[in-house]
Design a protein around this ligand. Structure first.
Ligand code: FE
Length: 346
């Protein structure tokens, strides 16, 4: 477990004339995007509630919550993947949420399953699509316009992809399982392993660069890594990204797989009302715009106007995303992990 830093956003304390009795929420965040800081300070400015942030990776946050137990000071948890959200939910680390604002803002398939009282363990706050990038000199777009085609034997030795056990891939494979069923998913995974240019290593950005450098011809990545390169001040990285073809797979079938970054209230929160207020703030138009423009994600709130040229360039303005429940995707990870072990997907 690695806790990298603790930051208190107390902007507005003086301006609002708040005393030391001011409400503070403790936010455990796996979102380590510098642009998120503006989000938290805006919340403090408008509500007077200070945000004390603990940054760690997802596994670190879960480990910390487990060890702190009922003494945990955590109020809000931000995690960046459906598989991890489901895991934390299944371990009972979240407090069920009852909020009409969240229920009307976040589409039904982008949140946890409701409990018997109709309450939710977590809500998606932003989405990211898992797309295909390819070398236009070696591959035609229609050869890679579905996830299924990545297992085509004609791509032997040409596929780059990060570890199968990484939550981004577990969620993608969990979605494929939902769409195609167990047997077809395992055959497909076997095909991916057979097509690998090298054994999985690195993050999504490394896969993009491996296509640009010619090590492989096709790779899988989350959209924001590609958008980050397209908007990069580093001209070499920018040129690499611009040279590649981009496909949002399965536009004529079930739609491209999208994952969520989501938020929850900690099981032992002593400030659950303020925590819910923070979650409700995250679905406000200005917070949703931060997600879109700051970290190149798509807002979960429908029909929200935002302007991100990189997202527009990649998707051609809009794209069809899958609408299966993201909660089911998270739940499939255990079955998928067993398949990965069987087919030797490291
Ligand atoms: Fe990421």
């Amino acid at each position: 477990m690695r806790i990298s830093k603790i930051v208190v956003f107390a902007l507005g304390w003086c301006a609002l004339g708040m005393s030391s009795a001011q409400t503070v929420i403790n936010l455990y965040s796996a979102r380590h995007y510098p642009t998120d800081e503006a989000l938290y300070s805006e919340f403090t400015r408008s509500t007077g509630i200070a945000v004390q942030r603990v940054d760690a990776d997802d596994a670190g946050i879960l480990a910390r919550l487990r060890s702190e137990g009922s003494a945990s000071p955590a109020d809000v948890i931000l995690l960046v993947d459906a598989a991890r959200l489901w895991k934390a939910e299944s371990e009972g680390l979240f407090l069920p949420i009852n909020s009409k604002i969240l229920e009307s803002a976040v589409p039904g398939h982008l949140r946890s399953k409701p409990n018997e009282k109709g309450e939710f363990a977590w809500f998606g706050m932003s989405t990211r699509a898992r797309i295909v990038v390819y070398d236009k000199s070696k591959i035609d777009r229609q050869q890679v316009d579905t996830y299924e085609k990545l297992a085509n034997p004609s791509f032997k030795g040409q596929l780059c992809i990060r570890s199968g056990s990484h939550p981004y891939n577990l969620s993608l494979f969990g979605a494929i399982y939902e769409h195609m069923g167990a047997a077809a998913t395992e055959t497909w995974l076997k095909g991916l392993v057979a097509n690998m240019a090298r054994s999985p290593k690195g993050g999504d950005t490394d896969q993009i660069k491996s296509v640009a450098s010619g090590e492989c011809a096709v790779a899988v990545t989350n959209t924001y890594y590609m958008a980050r390169m397209l908007r990069s001040n580093n001209s070499v990285e920018k040129a690499m990204a611009e040279s590649l073809g981009v496909v949002f797979p399965n536009q004529s079938s079930w739609g491209t797989h999208v994952n969520v970054a989501g938020a929850a209230v900690a099981r032992h929160s002593k400030n659950s009302a303020a925590a819910i207020k923070f979650l409700e703030y995250l679905v406000s138009p200005s917070a949703q715009n931060h997600f879109a423009n700051g970290n190149n994600e798509w807002p979960v709130v429908r029909d929200l106007k935002f302007d991100n040229p990189a997202l527009k360039t990649m998707s051609g303005g809009d794209f069809k995303s899958e609408v299966i429940p993201i909660s089911a995707v998270g739940m499939n990870q255990i079955k998928v992990q067993q398949m990965l072990d069987r087919v030797g997907f490291k």
